[in-house]
Design a protein around this ligand. Structure first.
Ligand code: NAD
Ligand code: 4TP
Length: 323
């Protein structure tokens, strides 16, 4: 039986319902997926086919956007999250994980959540999907990767204040991040001998200790240890010069030290086609690289390309894992 990808609805007041509808309009029955959410949330006029079981999704996907109902109380106003929706948004993510782990869906793709709305409305204790999914998977060690045809990047520390980065950047965390990324490049991305570029933390990768010492005390010892085990690692590199075209040709993924060091280059180079993929989970999870875009929600102008790329990646990774 063919399996569809489960798409969690994300924040209903964001662009999620609109890009889900547009993605269906462009994909039709290709890369079949079903939305878990309220059938009343996609824009009016969208052909929605309510399904009662994920197994129905592939058969109806040519007729309309398949939706597995999850009830949401309260009105939907695009651009303004309704606190009454927060609990449902969180439940939908957990429901998607259950469907994938029980073999009822091929993979999970997540539409964007508004983290503050979930925290305010339902006390959501996680800074993002990545950490929540890790918890749902039994405290799995996970890595956030953003990937497109032009670049793959991984932040070693993720959703923490910049002031806490140096303290959080331990040799154990860096080694684990490199190992998980290396293994995923082989198993999920078909890269036989991954080449990784590792950024420094400080300007000029510390300039020999004159502009910071984490390169000497943390990063280089980890790289030396892993190189001795056969890993192909470059660095620590100056982060300002490792993302231009010629530099990018020299590696398969870049390991950055903090969130914006990784995400600024990919969102600048390829915002429309970037995909957020969580590595290290026992199931496949992808997401568009953008957020809820409350400023344009409901206006019909949101670009669905990143979601479409995320759905395609979920399909190819999900199918590869089943072979
Ligand atoms: N995967 C996720 O769940 C995810 C990812 C990123 C951000 N977020 C969350 O989203 C919320 C808003 O974050 P933000 O404002 O920093 O980033 P954002 O990506 O929502 O918006 C940044 C800018 O990009 C534009 N934009 C975003 N997506 C677009 C699209 N599909 N088409 C056209 N324009 C688009 C927006 O209009 C805005 O001008 C925050 O709560 C953040 O944590 C969630
Ligand atoms: N850090 C991501 C970004 O800026 O694109 C985003 O917040 C998504 O994180 P989760 O996938 O953990 O929700």
């Amino acid at each position: 039986m063919s399996l569809a990808v489960a798409l969690s609805c994300g924040e209903p007041a964001g662009v999620g319902p609109e890009i889900a509808a547009k993605a269906w309009g462009l994909l039709g029955g290709d890369f079949p997926f079903f939305l878990i959410g309220d059938p009343g949330h996609p824009p009016q006029g969208m052909p929605v086919v309510e399904i009662s079981d994920p197994s129905e999704a592939c058969a109806v996907a040519e007729r309309g956007l398949p939706v597995l109902r999850h009830h949401f109380d309260g009105a939907l106003t695009p651009g303004t999250p309704n606190p009454a929706h927060a609990k449902g948004v969180i439940e939908v993510i957990a429901r998607g994980v259950h469907l994938v782990q029980s073999g009822q869906a091929l993979a999970l793709c997540t539409a964007p959540i508004h983290k503050q709305a979930l925290q305010d409305g339902a006390g959501f204790a996680y800074p993002g999907h990545t950490e929540y999914l890790a918890a749902l998977a039994g405290d799995a060690k996970v890595v956030m990767m953003l990937a497109s045809d032009v670049l793959r990047v991984v932040p070693t520390t993720i959703h923490i204040p910049l002031s806490e980065v140096p303290g959080a950047l331990t040799p154990a965390l860096l080694e684990e991040t490199i190992r998980i990324t290396h293994a995923a490049l082989i198993s999920d991305f078909g890269v036989a001998r991954p080449r990784l570029a590792i950024a420094g933390l400080n300007p000029h990768a510390g300039e020999g200790g004159k502009m910071g010492r984490e390169e000497i005390t943390v990063i280089t010892p980890v790289l030396e240890r892993l190189r001795a085990q056969g890993f192909d690692l470059r660095g620590p590199m100056s982060a300002d010069t490792m993302f231009h075209a010629a530099a990018r040709a020299g590696y398969d993924a870049a390991i950055a030290m903090y969130h914006d060091q990784a995400l600024i280059p990919i969102k600048t180079l390829d915002f429309d086609r970037g995909v957020n993929v969580t590595l290290g989970l026992p199931f496949v999870r992808t997401s568009p690289d953008h957020g809820t875009a409350l400023d344009i929600a409901g206006q019909g102008i949101a670009n669905p390309t990143s979601l479409i790329e995320a759905l395609k990646m979920a399909h190819s990774m999900g199918a590869a894992r089943r072979r």
